[in-house]
Design a protein around this ligand. Structure first.
Ligand code: 1VU
Ligand code: MG
Length: 349
């Protein structure tokens, strides 16, 4: 293990100095596209201003014989496009695949100055992050990239979940973690074939009433992902990095997608993946606090003065802890308002 004194030293001569704090940049939706798919690639210039993060996906959902087309497509798009304030991320192939090394070699040397974050799939432990960390430092030095490229891990294996705390703290490059419910379900041998969302069979049933137990008993669907998401949020918060819900595969079910995203938002996540243009607006709506909640939070902060003591507002007790809860909402609203003029007006009203 590295000495804590060396944690923030560059891992290669000439590599940029690691960040001490993960910069909080709005990332309500990480919009996935296949850079080798001409139709999707053609939409990038018009989608870029409407999303917080554009992600050129090279891994799952890109066929094996299209991996090189996706990689070279991303290089071409990144060089040709001005992304403005929108972040550019990529998802490389998994570290045990034949493509991951070439993904990193090509992308960092060709477009390292344009890439904000590299998403690494199927991370199982700190050793995977250490490998990427050193390699990125070497490549940044070689390509003379001036600021460190950050790393985002997908939590999608049972081993990864068992090691989530050490993954979150493995490197100063760690920007965040996303829940990957599809691969995780397979890894755990869960019996759902859905990509995220609930399952009607995962439920609790009301106790029997009446003498013979023959009366109908209500059932309540439960959330298959609650434990993992909550554990991931704690690991991220403990290490000062950002948690995200990942993909919701039922593109047509916009209601259940919104519910899944909102559960993640309420639990502490800052964003989710959008797989199709229809999911962009859902993520934007869900991961931006409602104007009424922002107004309420400001009211509490104002009434609390220096943030200590207890007051009653509209019949509800407020104290030092609720002051901090309200600060979370207001800080997020201010960060989003700085990027989004519509929200700036909504939050000012
Ligand atoms: O109107 P056009 O025909 O010109 O364009 C289509 C389509 O090409 C385009 N479109 C997109 N554009 C940009 N980004 C996207 N993500 C995107 N998705 C579609 O929009 C127009 C309308 O599309 P559609 O409604 O006809 O949808 P399709 O049947 O063409 O495509 C649906 C899928 C789901 C296949 C497509 O959206 C897609 O491939 N999305 C990305 C999937 C992905 O990245 N999966 C990996 C992450 S999830 C994971 O790893 C674990 C499960
Ligand atoms: Mg996956």
């Amino acid at each position: 293990m590295r000495s804590p004194k060396d944690f923030f030293r560059p891992l290669a001569v000439g590599a940029p100095t690691p960040v001490r704090e993960v910069p909080f940049r709005p990332s309500r939706m990480i919009h996935f596209f296949d850079p080798g798919n001409e139709k999707m690639a053609a939409k990038v210039p018009s989608i870029a201003p409407t999303v917080d993060v554009l992600l050129g996906n090279l891994e799952d959902a890109v066929a094996a014989d299209r991996k090189e087309a996706a990689r070279s497509g991303l290089v071409k798009i990144a060089k040709a496009t001005d992304f403005g304030d929108t972040q550019l991320w990529t998802r490389i192939n998994s570290l045990d695949s034949p493509w991951a090394l070439d993904d990193l070699l090509t992308l960092v040397t060709e477009i390292g100055d344009k890439l904000d974050v590299i998403m690494v799939p199927k991370v199982e432990g700190a050793e995977d992050i250490h490998y990427v960390d050193r390699l990125l430092a070497q490549l940044e030095a070689k390509a003379q990239v001036r600021r460190p490229i950050l790393v985002h891990a997908i939590l999608e294996t049972a081993t990864g979940v068992a090691n989530v705390e050490e993954i979150a703290g493995a490197s100063p490059r760690m920007q965040g973690i996303s829940l990957g419910p599809a691969d995780l379900a397979a890894s755990r041998r869960m019996k759902t074939t859905r990509v995220g969302g609930g399952h009607p069979g995962y439920l609790v049933r009301e106790d029997p009433h009446g003498t013979d137990g023959a009366a109908p008993r209500a059932t309540f669907q439960q959330d298959l992902w609650h434990y993992t998401l909550a554990r991931m949020v704690d690991a991220c918060a403990a290490h000062g990095i950002l948690p995200y819900y990942g993909p919701f595969g039922d593109i047509k079910d916009i209601t259940a997608c919104e519910d899944q995203f909102r559960n993640a938002f309420l639990l502490g996540c800052v964003g989710a993946w959008s797989l199709h243009p229809v999911q962009i607006g859902i993520a934007k709506k869900v991961f931006s606090p409602a104007p009424a909640d922002v107004a309420w939070a400001r009211k509490v902060i104002e009434a609390m003065g220096d943030g200590t003591g207890a007051v009653m507002i509209d019949g509800k007790m407020q104290d030092d802890a609720t002051y901090k809860q309200c600060q979370v909402v207001v800080e997020l609203a201010e960060a989003l308002a700085a990027r989004d003029p519509e929200l700036r007006d909504a939050y000012a009203a």
